[in-house]
Design a protein around this ligand. Sequence first.
Ligand code: CUA
Length: 350
Amino acid sequence: MALVPLALAAAALLGGCGTYPQSDFNAVGPVSQLQRSALVEDMRFLGVIGIIVIGLVVYAALRFRHRPGQEETPAQIEGNPRLEIAWWVVIALGLVFLVVPPLRDEFVLAGAPKGPGVVHVKVIGHQWWWEFQYPDYKFVTANEMHIPVGAKVDLEVTSVDVIHSFWAPNIAGTLDAIPGRINSEWIQADKPGVYWGQCKEFCGLNHANMRLRVVAESPEDFQKWVESHQHPVGVSQLTGEALAGWQVFDGPGTCKNCHTIDGTDAKGVIGPNLTGIGSRVGIGAMTLVPNDTANLVRWLHDPQSVKPGNDMIIPKLSDQQIRELVAFLQSQKTYESPQVKAALENPLAP
Ligand code: CUA
């Protein structure tokens, strides 16, 4: 029986290892590496203390156990000021030691990064999706944040409704998104890739479907991605079903009241900015992955059944309208780096 808690503890510890897509043990940048090392150092220290304490308990239990034939009660000792002071001092020193690694990292991570290479992103939590504003480049995107590899990215995190928490564990620990307040941190990814993230503060019915991805790509690819937002596809070149889809999107009482697509006159701000939606990996903050025709149809057919309680309440669209809308959305692409292409081909890969 004693093995059950041990097995559970081992499972919990080992559960953090391996190649899971969303893990702070698989740190890909200086921030998550520091945070992981603080955790590991403290766990080691606590492990040693745990072994000492358990050792003393086992020793006392064996050494002073009741022996057969032993009748008299052992001597009763009450109070030993010297011993009590000694263990208070030991505990206080232990706590000080425990605080050193996180405090040391706090000094490294505190303060906004400065310099020409710093990228600024405003992260805004919504029920239940993420808005990413790039004030340096004057565009907005949603749910998939792109950053250049090796650069410091300065995040300003806030919320428009309830408290959310921004978390892409491979890159950095959590930072709460609180309405009326701006929390800051910087992040950096040193390895190109597409990293999963998740809102980490319970924020309502679809908290679990408030996911995100951070796409870390080469500075050249990042620049091309930025330029593709500055010169969006728009509607002037569209033909056939895609053009018909734009007319549905543009129609009265429909999509454009809530969504913005740069390069068109859709300027709604209630829902996510859909510029470049055709190059995104998932739909509805990764509620549906991949972002393919079948999932787009499913979403447009009845967004409430896919993600109950979300703000997208639409009139019923005909199959023809949905087909056209899908063609239009898929025409709205941005630059796709090798990392994005790989993620589009294998969207659930770590
Ligand atoms: Cu937003 Cu949980």
